[in-house]
Design a protein around this ligand. Structure first.
Ligand code: ACM
Length: 540
């Protein structure tokens, strides 16, 4: 076994003892009262894989003990395997991460949902682990708007995220091509906005459509279930309601929201192609009031401290032609309509503030002024994030040329619908959030980083798994582990030695390191390969 007993993400400190501790059907699990949540999760997960009942016992007498140690940070834990398994943690999150490490030490079969072999006992190597996260925000964004991901698959994705100690799921719920969240006050958002007639097949530039309706949405109870399931795994779900661009699905449902010709001569349908769209929301009290009402329902379901208002990619064409937008810009004393973009987002951010929530935005908003207390997701490279740090804002780094997992994983024609920059496993493993300015004492805080999984070209959960793994396994190590110990070759020995088998045990259809399997290829579906050019950062 290689260093760290094949753990991914690698722990900060690890020492191997001698021999193994046998667990068996009589093993009990005990926890201090504050750690009952992780005990319940561990009992279910390990009980599923082993088929054992794992009875409760007093915390200090059990075979597996979850103990509160207030000297540790909330997300930190110590795992000692000697004559018992002892997980000491600063809080429930730390105990949960200790439990995840224990499952990894038990071998890939411990990640299955039912026993596959009739074993008398399972053994854990005697080890001592001390561990904590490098960043507090370890995110993944899932675009469930371009292609809907059924709820079951979202839950499973969360389970796999949790195995990697990731703790933020940013759900991109609305876009031009679909609105995925039930809103009671505005039923047409899902009746009309949750499906489209057909979709671009591959890159929109090829001009090919599939002729097949696509749709789906989450009921509010589905979303409550997703939020609670994630919370049990110490994952915060940040919902994104993208404004004022990326809103054609909402405008198709409620045309009065749009900034198109005021005489209604150009009604829009839910958009069927990918790319940047000139259809945007009108800067009117009608649309602001509508979105305030939408957000009232959003905050009721998502307890996240941040709600994302998107704010990316807003062409000005319609506002330049709109008397209403021109008048609003004049009233606000703006030089031109370009300032309406951040003003509009700022108005809704104020509404969120009344609800006690901060706003997360893509970094474009920084061009025109950020809402108070905003969290900036820096996707157009690093600069927007660094600029926001200089101005004192919280930042999450997710630069497109580094952390966009819809981008192709190798430079070959076998990659399915190859789009974007080549973003290899090694390249994501070597990601650093602040290259060249590490150690700078910014007034703002770098909370962490996020991998973004856009789904224009990922038309099924299988395709999402192919795009996400094993790159997300590598990324989890960047977000969690000590960067001083990072070594790609050593990571590969752990990945191939045990971690791919863990993914297989969880049913994840990852991209084999040697390239896509024949059924993972999409011959004949055109992508759009790009070479990285910092001057030309345009998606799709
Ligand atoms: C983005 O990629 N448009 C945030």
């Amino acid at each position: 076994m290689s260093a760290f007993h094949q753990l991914i993400p690698a722990p900060w400190s690890f020492s191997a003892g001698t021999g193994e501790l046998e667990l068996d059907a009589g093993t009990s699990v005990g926890a201090d009262p504050e750690l009952r949540g992780p005990r319940r999760w561990l009992t279910r997960a390990l009980g599923g894989a082993t088929g054992w009942d794992l009875a409760p016992a007093p915390a200090r007498e059990a075979g597996i003990r979850l103990l509160l140690d207030p000297s540790l940070d909330a997300e930190a834990y110590r795992l000692e395997v000697s004559d018992a398994v002892v997980i000491s943690a600063g809080g429930a999150a730390g105990a949960f991460y200790g439990a995840q490490t224990l499952l990894q030490l038990l071998g890939p079969a411990a990640l299955r949902q039912a026993p596959v072999v009739a074993v008398e006992g399972w053994s854990v190597p005697r080890v001592s682990v001390e561990d904590k996260p490098r960043f507090g925000y370890r995110g993944t964004m899932l675009d469930v708007a371009r292609h809907f991901m059924p709820k079951d698959n979202v839950l499973r994705f969360i389970e796999v995220m949790a195995m990697h100690k990731l703790n933020v799921l940013h759900l991109h719920l609305t876009d031009d091509q679909g609105w995925r969240m039930q809103i009671n006050r505005y039923p047409k958002l899902t009746e009309t906005g949750a499906w489209r007639r057909e979709s671009s097949l591959g890159s929109w530039r090829a001009g090919v459509f599939d002729g097949r309706p696509h749709g789906g949405f989450y009921t509010q109870d589905d979303l409550r279930e997703i939020v609670a399931f994630a919370a049990d795994r110490h994952i915060t779900v940040i919902p994104e309601i993208d404004v004022p661009g990326h809103s054609q699905a909402a405008i198709a449902a409620y045309p009065e929201l749009g900034a198109g010709p005021a005489d209604g001569s150009s009604p829009v349908e839910v958009w069927t192609r990918w790319g940047i769209n000139e259809t945007v929301l009108e800067v009117s009290e009608t649309s602001l009031e509508f979105y305030r009402n939408v957000l009232d329902e959003v905050v009721e379901i998502f307890p996240s401290p941040w709600i994302s208002l998107g704010g990316d990619e807003v062409p000005l064409t319609q506002w330049q032609a709109s008397a209403q937008a021109q008048a609003k810009a004049a009233e606000l004393g703006l030089d031109d309509v370009s300032g309406l973009h951040s003003w509009f987002v700022g108005q809704l951010a104020l509404h969120l503030k009344h609800h006690g929530r901060a706003t997360s935005v893509w970094d474009e908003i920084g061009d025109g002024g950020l809402p108070d207390g905003a969290l900036v997701a820096s996707w157009r490279g690093y600069e927007g994030g660094i600029d926001a740090l200089r101005k004192g804002y919280d930042v999450v780094m997710c630069p497109e040329h580094k952390l966009y997992l819809d981008h192709r994983q190798a430079d070959g024609d076998d990659e399915p619908v190859p789009v974007g920059f080549v973003t290899t496993l090694q390249a994501v493993y070597e990601f650093e959030p602040l290259p060249g300015v590490e150690g700078t004492d910014f007034p703002g805080r770098l909370l962490g980083a996020q991998a973004n999984i856009w789904s224009e070209h990922l038309d099924s959960p299988r395709r999402v798994q192919f795009a996400a793994f094993p790159r997300l396994s590598a990324i989890s190590e960047v977000f969690w582990s000590n960067p001083a110990g990072r070594d790609y070759d050593e990571f590969l020995t752990r990945l191939t030695g045990a971690h791919l088998a863990r993914l297989e045990a969880m049913g994840v259809e990852y991209r084999p390191l040697s390239g896509p399997a024949p059924w993972q290829q999409r011959p004949g579906v055109e992508g759009w390969k790009r070479d990285y050019d910092a001057e030309q950062l345009v998606r799709n």
